[in-house]
Design a protein around this ligand. Structure first.
Ligand code: NAP
Length: 325
C-alpha cells in the first residue's frame, strides 16, 4: 500500500502520515521545496526518517503526472493548500489559483495515468459560510464568505464532477475547525494557547483579539485524520462531514485557557481593527453520516481537547527553555 500525502509538512499531513505508517503504508510526502532544514512537525512526531519526501510543484501538471505515474499510489490524500481564511483576504488570487488548480492537476493525473488510485480532498466547512439552517449537512447550500472558502467550494465540485464523469474514487472530507499542538501559530486556538503559556506571568502582556463572539465547531486533528483514512476504505466514494456537532464561541476558549493558567480576564482586549471583512456568525455540522457509515468514533469535548493542548504546550515550552540553558 502506497499513500501520497500532499501538505505533509502541515498539521494534518503530519498526523495522517503517522497514522498511515502505523497501518503499514509506504508514505510519500509531497513538499514544495526539499530544504536542508527538516520539517519540524515530522521531527516532533518522530517519523522524519520513515516517510519519503519528494519535491513536486502541484501547480505544474507534468510534474504531478510524473509523480502519479512513478508511484501509482493506492491512495492520495490532498491536504496541501493555502489554508488560512485571514491570509486569503490578502492573497485572494494566489489562494484561489493554488487551491483549485492543484486539485485539478491531481485529478487529471489520476484519470490519465492511475485511474484506480483513490483520492481524498481536504474540503472545509468554510464553503457553507452564510448558513440559514444548522447543523450543516452535505445537502446544505454553499455560500462562501472568503476567497479561501470560494477556492475550497470550487475544488469540492471539481472532485464531485470527476467522480460522476469518470467514475474515479474521489471524495471530499468536509472538515470543520480542528486543532492540535502542531497547528500553525497564526491560527486562533494555537495562538491563544502558546501566547498565554508564554506570557502567563507577564503582567504587561495584553492579548488583542478580533471578533470573538463568533461560534465554531472545533475538534481534535489527531482524531479527524482517522476519518480521512476511513473515507478511502469504503466500497463507494462519498463526501462526509467531519465535525464535533457542537459550536462554541471564541470568547469561551480564551476564558477557559486564561482561567486554567490563572491569567486575569482583563488581559484580553477586543480590537475592531482585527475584524475580518466578512465572517461566519455560527456554524456546526452533523457528523451522523460519518459515525454511521464510516464507524468513525468521536466524542471529544473541546474543553478536554484544550486541556491536552495546554499540557503539550507547557511541556514543549519547558523543554525548549531547558535546552536554552
Ligand atoms: P496547514 O497546517 O496550514 O498545512 C498546509 C500544508 O499545505 C503545508 O504542508 C504547506 O506546506 C502546504 N502548502 C501550502 N501552500 C502550498 C503551495 N503553494 N504548494 C505546496 N504546498 C503548499 O493546514 P492543515 O490544518 O494541516 O489543513 C490541511 C488541509 O485541510 C488544508 O487543505 C486545509 O485547507 C484543510 N482544512 C483544514 C481545517 C483545519 O481546521 N485545520 C479545516 C478544514 C479544512 P509548507 O509547509 O511548505 O508551507
Amino acid at each position: 500500500m502506497v499513500a501520497i500525502v500532499t501538505g505533509i509538512t502541515g498539521q494534518d499531513g503530519a498526523y495522517l502520515a503517522k497514522l498511515l505508517l502505523s497501518k503499514g503504508y509506504e508514505v510519500i510526502g509531497i513538499v514544495r521545496r526539499n530544504h536542508s532544514i527538516l520539517p519540524e512537525k515530522l521531527v516532533y512526531l518522530g517519523i522524519i526518517g520513515r516517510v519519503k519526501l519528494v519535491e513536486c510543484d502541484l501547480m505544474d501538471m507534468s510534474s504531478v503526472i510524473n509523480i502519479i505515474t512513478e508511484y501509482k499510489p493506492t491512495e492520495v490524500y490532498n491536504l496541501a493548500a493555502q489554508s488560512s481564511v485571514g491570509i486569503s483576504f490578502h492573497q485572494p488570487i494566489g489562494t484561489i489559483q493554488f487551491n483549485i488548480i492543484s486539485v485539478l492537476n491531481l485529478l487529471e493525473a489520476i484519470r490519465l495515468s492511475s485511474p484506480n488510485t483513490k483520492l481524498y480532498q481536504a474540503s472545509s466547512s468554510e464553503m457553507y459560510g452564510k448558513v440559514k439552517h444548522l447543523p450543516v449537512t452535505t445537502d446544505t447550500p454553499m455560500h462562501p464568505l472568503s476567497p479561501y472558502a470560494i477556492s475550497k467550494a470550487s475544488a469540492y465540485w471539481t472532485i464531485v464532477n470527476y467522480r460522476e464523469s469518470y467514475g474515479l474514487y474521489a471524495c471530499n472530507g468536509v472538515l470543520f475547525n480542528h486543532e492540535s499542538f502542531l497547528r500553525s501559530p497564526n491560527f486562533f486556538v494555537k495562538k491563544i494557547i502558546s501566547e498565554s503559556v508564554k506570557n502567563r506571568s507577564n503582567t504587561e502582556w495584553i492579548l488583542k483579539v478580533g471578533n470573538i463572539d463568533v461560534k465554531r465547531d472545533f475538534g481534535f486533528s489527531v482524531k479527524y485524520v482517522e476519518a480521512m483514512w476511513l473515507m478511502l476504505q469504503q466500497d463507494t466514494p462519498q463526501d462526509f462531514m467531519i465535525c464535533s456537532g457542537k459550536s462554541i464561541t471564541l470568547r469561551s476558549i480564551i476564558e477557559y485557557v486564561f482561567n486554567r493558567l490563572d491569567i486575569p480576564l482583563a488581559r484580553y482586549k477586543v480590537d475592531s481593527e482585527l475584524f475580518r471583512p466578512t465572517d461566519i456568525d455560527d456554524i456546526y455540522g452533523d457528523n451522523s453520516m460519518a459515525k454511521n457509515i464510516l464507524k468513525w468514533e468521536y466524542d471529544c469535548d473541546f474543553y478536554q481537547v484544550l486541556d491536552i493542548l495546554i499540557e503539550e504546550e507547557e511541556k514543549a515550552m519547558g523543554k525548549s527553555k531547558s535546552q536554552e540553558k
